[in-house]
Design a protein around this ligand. Structure first.
Ligand SMILES: Nc1nc2c(c(=O)[nH]1)N[C@H]1C(S)=C(S)[C@@H](COP(=O)(O)O)O[C@H]1N2
Ligand SMILES: [Mo]
Length: 560
């Protein structure tokens, strides 16, 4: 390691003792050699990776304390999660499409890790600069990150102004650890042991204290981890799953009969979607990184806006209304042809039209806008309250509404995509005008209206099968219109009518299957459905944006 580094105070120690005139020349030379040797052995500069370590431990400590502070109140949120929320709200459409295409529904996990990676890279660079003496860089970055976190946590869709605190405290801690670590990494003077015959002690050399530095860093890292884990556990106190466990499954005044035998249980139909999608398999799409937490005691469903009489209902108020049970298939507008962002469930809830009639919809209103506790919004035309079974669902498949599907309450409207209707973690229903207010996805490139398009999907066979008798099977849906016919075509053969499974209602999907004596070779299989109005599903391929994909699902199989 060079001693000529002019920035470094250790350079002074390299000056030989020219003033020592009493010592013989030979001794002086010896002494100089000795000092040089001692210097060569000593470490004067903190190694570069120390800076990286200081940066990482500082950032980690800050983030951990941020999680800790966020655990104090339901209104607070983890700074990292808040940054993620803002990224979700502001990413350009192409980037979101890229993320969904490549990471699917784990896109949020990828997002959080990306944010952590960016913080880590910045921490390493800032740590190195700070340890090298550029403290203003450290202070500036800690401040900037803190302010950015505060902006993301205190101002936006699902924020409370007090949300700025975890970020600010986190930044203060990170900045403090950064400066402290930089201090700890600096070389300290260590006296050189004098030669026995030498009158004056040699000047001290500057040496970094490796043991002290690493021990302190390790202890801090460990402490930060503990604080972070405690913070996450504190936040778990607000998990809605705890509230949900205390809710009895809501039951309808007239429960539906038990569903008919499920054709997907037949060995021939292995791989076919279940008639009623189990909760665990039900797709999940939302902008929430962590599920919004709801305290049932304070939760209210408000009916506001262009109504004669605004309402405010507690969970018990909804529970004690007349509840209906309905089988309804819902789908995401982002569902590709052949995709699985669609599911059929048995919902229990109160009628939306009854409730809004009580509030009294004013004639100027043309949009029913739902808003969630996390600030998501979705709106649909008032004209869709046309007698269809639109409901405020509080039960799903015989259970209280699952947390991931919107506990304690959500909107379900048969026949329109989720992004314009199915608000989960519902907090408000506002009667508005399309001209005055847009739902969350509309300014992000999606159509204001989203009727579900007639679709059909092939669930089996998979890519490879052996020759002989088999079933081609799948589901088809056209909620509110129902399905009247499904046809399958293998290669260029005639279209074959499929057998339709039990029809729960015109709002649900229908399972279908055809027998096929599979000859060996490669084959292409296509499916198309006809809705209850007699309209054939279009073969025109359309992208999911802006209002739902179309085209006939086509698969290729190899029969051995
Ligand atoms: N609060 C909230 N509700 C929401 C969303 C959301 O992002 N936040 N996404 C909507 C969309 S786009 C769809 S497709 C459905 C999905 O409902 P699921 O997750 O229960 O399948 O929820 C809707 N309700
Ligand atoms: Mo969706």
């Amino acid at each position: 390691m060079s001693t000529s580094d002019s920035e470094h105070p250790a350079g002074d120690a390299a000056e030989p003792q020219r003033s020592d005139k009493t010592a013989p020349r030979a001794d002086a030379r010896k002494l100089m050699a000795e000092i040089k040797a001692a210097e060569a052995a000593a470490v004067h500069h903190p190694p570069r990776w120390w800076g990286a370590l200081v940066g990482i431990v500082a950032a980690g400590s800050g983030l951990a304390v941020g999680e800790f502070v966020a655990g104090f109140s339901r209104n607070l949120r983890s700074p990292v999660v808040s940054v993620g929320d803002r990224v979700i709200d502001h990413v350009p459409k192409w980037m979101k499409d890229f993320a969904i295409r490549n990471f699917g529904t784990s896109d949020k996990v990828v997002l959080i890790w990306t944010i952590l990676a960016v913080i880590a890279i910045a921490a390493v660079l800032v740590g190195i600069a700070t340890v090298r003496g550029r403290r203003t860089v450290g202070i500036a970055f800690a401040t900037a990150f803190g302010l950015f976190g505060a902006l993301c946590s205190g101002f936006g869709r699902n924020t409370h102004i007090s949300g700025i605190f975890p970020s600010l405290v986190a930044a203060a801690v990170a900045g403090g650890v950064l400066l402290w670590g930089a201090q700890l990494a600096q070389p300290r003077p260590v006296p050189v042991v004098p030669r026995p015959r030498q009158a004056k002690a040699a000047p001290p050399v500057l040496v970094v204290d490796r043991r002290r530095f690493l021990a302190t860093g390790g202890a801090l890292a460990l402490g930060a981890m503990c604080v972070g884990v405690i913070g996450r556990n504190l936040q778990d106190r607000f998990n809605s799953a705890i509230e949900r466990a205390g809710v009895r499954p809501p039951t309808a005044k007239q429960p539906l009969p038990a569903p008919p035998a499920d054709p997907s249980l037949d060995a021939d139909n292995k791989g076919l979607a279940a008639l009623i999608t189990p909760i665990n398999n039900f797709y999940r799409i939302d902008t929430a990184i962590s599920f919004p937490s709801v305290s049932l005691a304070s939760w209210r469903l408000k009916v506001t806006g262009l109504v004669d009489k605004p309402l405010s209902l507690s969970f018990d108020d909804i529970m004690s209304r007349e509840l209906i049970e309905r089988d309804i298939t819902i789908s995401c507008v982002s569902n590709e042809v052949g995709g699985d962002l669609v599911g059929n469930a048995r919902w229990v809830g109160c009628r939306l039209d009854d409730l809004l009639r009580e509030a009294g919809i004013q004639s100027s209103a043309d949009q029913v806008m739902g808003e969630s506790v996390d600030g998501f919004t979705a709106g649909f035309p008032v004209s869709l309250l046309d007698g269809r079974d639109a409901m405020i669902a509080i039960g799903m498949n015989g259970e209280a509404l699952p947390v991931k599907n919107g506990f304690p309450a959500r909107i379900i409207v048969p026949g329109i995509y989720g992004y314009v209707s199915a608000v989960k973690w519902l907090s408000e229903i506002r009667l508005t005008r399309f001209a005055d207010e847009e739902g969350y996805w509309i300014p992000r490139g999606w159509s204001a209206l989203g009727p579900i398009k007639t679709q059909s999907r092939i669930d089996r066979p998979g890519g490879r099968l052996s020759a002989g008798a088999t079933h081609i099977a799948g589901v088809a849906w056209a909620p509110t219109r129902g399905i009247s016919k499904v046809e399958v075509q293998v290669d260029d053969a005639d279209w074959l009518p499929a057998t339709l499974g039990p029809v729960l209602s015109e709002n649900t999907w229908v399972q279908w299957w055809v027998k096929w004596d599979a000859p060996s070779g490669k084959h292409q299989i296509r499916v198309r459905a006809t809705d209850g109005n007699g309209d054939l599903q279009t073969d025109h391929p359309a992208d999911v944006a802006p209002d739902g994909a179309t085209g006939w699902h086509t698969i290729r199989v190899t029969v051995a």
